[in-house]
Each structure stands twice: as structure tokens, then as C-alpha cells.
Design a protein around this ligand. Sequence first.
Ligand SMILES: O=C(O)CCC(=O)C(=O)O
Ligand SMILES: [Fe+2]
Length: 315
Amino acid sequence: MYPQQETLMTTDSIPVIDFSPFIDGDAAARAEVARQMRQASSDWGFFYLAGCGMPQASLQQAFADSQALFALSDDAKQAVAWQNAESNRGYVGVRRERLDPNKPGDLKEAFNLAPEQPEGPRNLWPAELPAFRPQMEDFLQQCVATADRVLQAFALALQQPEDFFVSAHDQHHHTLRLLHYPALPAGFSAQGGESRAGEHTDYGSITLLFQDDAGGLEVRTRAGDWIAATPIPGTVVVNTGDLMQRWTNHVFCSTPHKVNLRSSNRERYSIAFFCHPNHNADIRCISTCSDAENPPRYPPISAGEHLLERLNATY
Ligand SMILES: O=C(O)CCC(=O)C(=O)O
Ligand SMILES: [Fe+2]
């Protein structure tokens, strides 16, 4: 039950968890999946989920759409360029972002979209790709549904009611991010610690990450070593972010990760779905995450304030 005990049981590779018993199993099977997720999130803050319920065809379509988007001309991509942090949607060009603020810009391009709120900012859609919009809207819904199931399992893992996290995320302040790491020319030499994506932790509650077979994602172990999160077909990588670490009083950890340049002679695609609770969600130490030896480490904060704090620390 306590983080100290869980740390002693650390496995030596990122766990692979079969999620299908959570989707169609009985209460005992669901509880066992939740237990594995708890262990993995406290040892690693990262795990692979097999059988997450997302249709393979939707995923293939999303990667095909991503390829079509990044293959557009620079003018077409600039027509849907990212404008500001409030809307946080649209195209971000190569080297525009630094996930590690102490390093040069990341060798990647990205395209952000998000579930639309009745009053909020709108997604940007490339005029050249008429099928892109309906297909990505469908994929967004699949991601929300998958994330909600994963959040149900996390709630059970912490002996909370099953809808504990889902109801705190029901305004869907999530971001879907298509990522493309272009192939680098032969003889390319990285300047000043350049990489495909600099070392960072994710800000929010959980992230779902789909990667192609190129490889390059690395995760830092609790002991401080970097290990490869090698792509495993048919799985999604799930990681817990800064806000989840705070909410769970460090029972779940927010683990640094990055994308290295090792296979940079070929291009790489990945798709990340970053989940954020409702801005007014009350983020206070979950009752089952503290005891006399692990008292609450942080005062309560709203999820909106937490995000602002985190962004202000970065920019
Ligand atoms: O592309 C990847 O595999 C990881 C990207 C990532 O960690 C991020 O964008 O936060
Ligand atoms: Fe990340």
C-alpha cells in the first residue's frame, strides 16, 4: 500500500499490462488489472497497455491522416499554424518547441487539436484534406473513450469510486497531438544537445502515446538510468503526469522521458493524447494516498491553477 514498499518491488523493464480483462472481465479480473496499473505507475509512471479496446483500423487511419497532414506544403501547414497558448491548436514547425527549455528546439513538427467546448477555441483544419476533419474527430472520441476506461481503472487502483477521475475530466480539456520527427540527413550532427524531443515530464493527469515502429522514446528509471521504451505493436504507452503525481501524493510518479536521435536516419510518427481534468477540479491528496508516514505533500489546488503554475515555470 505504501510507496516505500512498492518501490522495493520494481521490475527491471517497463511493464506490459493486458487491459482486456478490465473491459470484459468480472470484478476480480478488473481489480487485478487495476492492481497491476497501480504497481506500474508507482514503480515507473509508465506502462504499455495491450488490448486497450481501440480498434486497430482507427489507429491506422489516424497515422495515415498524420502522414497526409505533415506531407502538405509548408504554406498549407502555415495556414493552420498554432497561434497562442490559450487555443493551443494547429501546426507547430520544426524547432519551434523545446520540451527541455535548456536545450535547442526539438527536431519535430506537431499538430494539436482538442475536443471543442461550446464556447471555447475552435480546431484548425487544413482545407486540402477534406477527410482529415471527420476522421480526426472520430479518433478524438476514441481517445476520450479509451482514456475514460483507463481512468476508471486508476480510480479502482486507489480504492476510489470508479467514476472518481472520469467525472473530474468530463469537460474533456484534453489535447491530441500528432507528432512527426523528420528523417535527418546522413552526416547530421546534433548541436548543443539537440534531440527529437528534449527531456521533460508531462503536465497533466495521464497521457496515452501511440508510436510507430521507429523507436527512440526513452524513459528514466527511478534509479536514474535511461531505458528504451521500445515500440510494442498493438499496445499504447500510458504515463502519469505531474498533476497525477501531485493528486496521488507521489504514489504515482511523473517520469522524465525524451526522444533520442538514435534512429534519426528514418522519420518517426507518434500520437499523444494528453488528459487534463476540468479546470475547477479540486486537486487535493486522495484519501488513500497518505498516512502517518506519507502525509500530504501539497496544499489543495484547482487543476486550472496547477496548469498555469506549471506553464509559468516553463516559459
Ligand atoms: O513522441 C513521443 O514518443 C513522445 C512525445 C512526448 O513525450 C510528448 O510530446 O510529450
Ligand atoms: Fe511527453
